[in-house]
Design a protein around this ligand. Structure first.
Ligand SMILES: Cc1cc2nc3c(=O)[nH]c(=O)nc-3n(C[C@H](O)[C@H](O)[C@H](O)COP(=O)(O)OP(=O)(O)OC[C@H]3O[C@@H](n4cnc5c(N)ncnc54)[C@H](O)[C@@H]3O)c2cc1C
Length: 482
């Protein structure tokens, strides 16, 4: 036992009885845990140890134990490992705190208490028998932690706001090792800071989210052809800018390319559509569901429960693939969105031969109704105001299979995104906000919240973490002082 990290592991064994610590010599268990991230960029990293706490007290003991070592030993916090940002939830040579053993979903009056190791699928299964819904991830496999501390878009976001806007209490282990609550009454500055501030303030052990009465929804996918895409952009902008835009819709419109579709060199268009009431073929979705011509044999639109709709989305829930996201935001402008798609198609030509390529130019709107929830529900630090809206998030999402293609795929995505941003800027349509959950390492999502919010976050950090434990040692994601 020579190195600092070895000393830390020894100290953890002493501090926590039967601590569940997995080192590389437990080869099978270690590989199974470390290979269970969505993205190979996370599994490429090899922590010296993976710690799986079984209670909030063990999380607190971890923080107290690692504190004296933080100048030399780094750690990562991992929930479901679904964010592809390299190193956000894993750490080379350090200690990864894997929260999967913290389980439990408790349905209470008006809210649900969710332990940090749960998945949204399990939360929905608990809520459905009560006729309740919650703003959660759109896939059953997604973790709670990333979404509830970094924004989070849900099927219900147009009506209810970001996922973080609906967290009424965070139970969090802060740098002192204390377990505290952050809500509108207790530690309200930390409550707001955690609504978008990610892993900068502590390890959240439980999330309490407001619930609402909710039945099934009309949901599914519509596949169609590229010549219809500009008209779909016009329909999207018309819906978003209409004074009576529906608050029940959630829309995701994509240009997509997949070698496995067997569609040769063709781009296919995909609308993922949600109307959060049990109404068959609602007029608000008609412009997007009735697009012609379409691949009718692939149309999945139907009335679905929340569990069913989120299960459909989790089809993309593999592990250990090469996978990256990058994003920017623009205003709802037809030319900007259409030209952005053309740019992406042009740049795509350079990587179409990459093995297993599957990628998309995906548009996810933030309607004004979504942005109005932030202030109404206590505020967050993401810096988006209803006067910015409607905003459209432009996500470039790419999956491939061979590590040897990493560099040129990253190059393709960066170049396409840069050109899409320049095009938006030239038209006066760029919104200087980057969505943390879809950001890549070169994109400073945190600074895109604006100076005032960054200052607010820095002040909260100085108050709750005066020695900078979560700045110096928990390196993943975006940090406050670098
Ligand atoms: C199939 C699929 C569907 C998706 N659907 C959606 C969607 O509907 N809406 C959306 O907005 N995004 C979506 N995403 C994006 C994805 O969910 C996010 O990137 C999210 O961060 C992943 O959450 P996770 O809990 O699995 O995070 P991880 O990858 O485990 O961690 C992400 C970050 O959060 C931090 N973190 C996690 N838990 C905690 C905690 N308890 N305390 C402190 N910090 C913590 C980690 O340190 C890390 O920096 C989807 C992704 C996939 C692959």
């Amino acid at each position: 036992m020579n190195t600092k990290v070895d000393q830390t592991i020894l100290a953890l064994r002493r501090a926590i009885q039967n601590a569940h610590l997995v080192t590389p010599d437990a080869a099978e268990e270690y590989a199974s845990l470390n290979n269970s991230y969505l993205s190979g960029f996370e599994s490429d990293l090899s922590p010296a140890c993976i710690f799986l706490p079984r209670s909030k007290e063990e999380v607190a003991a971890f923080v107290r134990t690692i504190r004296p070592f933080v100048s030399d030993v780094q750690f990562a916090i991992r929930a479901a490992g679904r964010q592809p940002l390299p190193g956000c939830a894993n750490i080379q040579g350090g200690i990864t705190v894997d929260l999967r053993s913290l389980t439990g979903v408790n349905v209470q009056d008006g809210h649900v208490q969710i332990a940090a190791g749960e998945s949204w699928g399990s939360v929905y299964e608990h809520l459905e028998p009560h006729g309740l819904g919650v703003t959660g991830g759109k896939s059953t496999t997604c973790g709670i932690g990333g979404l509830a501390t970094q924004g989070g878009l849900s099927f219900y976001s147009s009506r209810e706001g970001f996922i973080c806007d609906n967290v009424i209490n965070f139970e969090v282990v802060v740098a002192s090792g204390e377990i505290i609550n952050a809500n509108a009454q207790e530690n309200p500055d930390l409550w707001v800071a955690l609504r978008g501030g990610g892993n900068n303030f502590g390890i959240v052990t439980r999330f309490d989210l407001r619930t609402f009465k909710q039945g099934p929804m009309y949901a599914g996918m519509v596949f169609y052809y590229k010549p219809s895409f500009p008209d779909q952009m016009a329909a999207l902008v018309k819906e978003l800018t209409s004074p009576d835009a529906s608050v029940e819709t959630h829309l995701m419109l994509s240009l997509a390319y997949a070698q496995v579709f067997g569609n040769g060199n063709d781009i296919i268009c995909l609308n993922q559509l949600y109307y959060t009431q049990p109404v068959q073929d609602p007029p608000a979705l008609a412009p997007f569901t009735h697009v012609q011509p379409q691949r009718t044999e692939m149309n999945t639109m139907k009335i679905q429960t929340l569990v069913e709709a989120a299960t459909e989305q989790s089809a993309a829930g593999q592990s250990m693939i090469r996978c990256l996201y990058m994003n920017i935001c623009v205003k709802a402008d037809v030319e900007t969105l259409t030209t952005g798609g053309d740019i992406w198609c042009e740049e795509l030509e350079s990587v179409k031969d990459a093995a297993g390529l599957m990628c998309s130019y995906t548009l996810q709107p933030y309607p004004v109704s979504l942005l109005e929830n932030t202030n109404a529900k206590g505020g967050n630090v993401m810096g988006l105001d209803p006067s910015n809206g409607p905003v459209v998030n432009v996500l470039l999402l790419t999956y491939w299979t061979e590590k040897k293609d990493d560099e040129r795929i990253i190059g393709f995505m960066q170049k396409a995104l840069k050109r899409i941003g320049q095009n938006a800027e030239a038209r006066g349509q760029l919104v200087p906000y980057i969505y943390w959950n879809y950001a890549f390492s070169h994109q400073d999502a945190l600074r895109s919240y604006g100076e005032e919010n960054v200052k607010k976050l820095q002040e909260a950090s100085k108050k709750y973490d005066p020695n900078g434990v979560f700045q110096k040692a928990c390196l993943g994601g975006f940090k406050l002082f670098t």
